[in-house]
Design a binder for this molecule. Structure first.
Ligand SMILES: NC(=O)c1ccc[n+]([C@@H]2O[C@H](COP(=O)([O-])OP(=O)(O)OC[C@H]3O[C@@H](n4cnc5c(N)ncnc54)[C@H](OP(=O)(O)O)[C@@H]3O)[C@@H](O)[C@H]2O)c1
Length: 279
């Protein structure tokens, strides 16, 4: 039990990846505070956790609003008397980031910065005193591999901010025993990503492993970073994407069709010690 009796706050813990993180945290012995806007989904999540013997509370609020972020942290501390781990998972993304007449560029930017970056900034800032009072703790922010891919526009911009925020929190928190890290998921199967592919079989191309990830696979990475197992890890971003970002993707169908060795004719022929690569 790597989080036994720790109080863990998970924003957006009432669905998708957040729900996976909550499940893993409860499995590691944590008491969990969940935040989201939808109280119905919150109640369903609480039901599931309590039926399994876990301890959890749900607080509703729009975390892109600073007063809601502050109230959430206050409610969490009041309910459990302490706070050990903050997971900033709440967020929303879109590939439709271009400017449209009905929706000016500033509006569109703020729609993405609010839930993704400002929520993580404000929740963490209000949580810092409680983490310090607990004698140290951990912050884990959920970023996205959209930081690498320009086709995600302002969503990637907001998530790049989340990674910069993580490093700032690591520097600020270190003297107080607070570690801050980020997890950067690739394609993960949630309600948000359902039906987003152009073709039915697109999921096979969502990673090098031929599938999308599942929320628990992000949950396990978060638990590692939140626990003492990661006691010397701070300011880092752990990419959990099944190899999506390490690949020159357009090459894959070619490699599959002709075999990698044909890329550099002669390279693997004859004496392996003296490769005859391109001149
Ligand atoms: N799925 C992926 O492939 C993927 C990949 C990379 C990164 N991510 C990131 O992972 C996180 C979770 O994504 P997901 O796929 O699990 O999406 P999801 O199922 O739509 O869950 C998003 C969660 O965030 C909460 N939320 C959104 N805006 C909020 C706000 N303003 N205030 C409070 N809560 C808010 C939602 O709660 P309510 O519904 O109650 O508002 C919901 O619980 C996000 O940060 C996302 O950017 C996802």
């Amino acid at each position: 039990m790597r989080l036994k009796d720790k109080v863990v706050l998970v924003t957006g813990g009432n669905s998708g990846i957040g729900r996976g993180i909550v499940g893993c945290a409860v499995g590691e012995g944590a008491r969990v505070v969940i935040a989201g806007r939808d109280p119905e989904k919150g109640a369903d999540t609480l039901d599931e956790i309590r039926r399994a013997g876990g301890e959890a509370e749900f607080f509703a609020g729009d975390l892109s609003r600073e007063p809601d972020a502050r109230a959430l942290v206050e409610q969490a501390c009041e309910r459990f008397g302490r706070l050990d781990v903050v997971v900033n998972n709440a967020g929303a993304g879109s590939r439709r980031c271009g400017v449209e007449a009905a929706d000016g560029p500033g509006t569109r930017l703020r729609k993405l910065m609010g839930p993704n970056l400002e929520a993580a900034y404000c929740v963490s800032a209000y949580a810092m005193p409680a983490l310090k009072a607990a004698g140290g703790g951990a912050i884990v922010n959920i970023s996205s591999t959209a930081t690498f891919h320009g086709n995600w526009g302002s969503y990637g911009v907001a998530k790049a901010g989340v990674e910069a925020l993580t490093r700032a929190q690591a520097a600020e928190g270190a003297p107080h025993g607070i570690r801050a890290n980020a997890v950067s998921p690739g394609w993960i199967k949630t309600g948000a990503t359902q039906g987003t592919g152009a073709k039915e079989d697109w999921e096979a191309t969502a990673s090098l492993l031929g599938r999308m990830g599942v929320p628990e696979e992000i949950g396990r990475a978060v638990i590692f970073l939140a626990s003492d197992e990661a006691s010397f890890v701070t300011g880092a971003t752990l990419i959990v994407d099944g190899g999506l970002t390490v690949t020159d993707y357009p090459s894959l169908p070619f490699l599959e069709a002709v075999g990698a060795w044909k890329l550099f004719p002669g390279l693997l022929d004859g004496n392996q010690d003296e490769p005859s690569g391109p001149q």
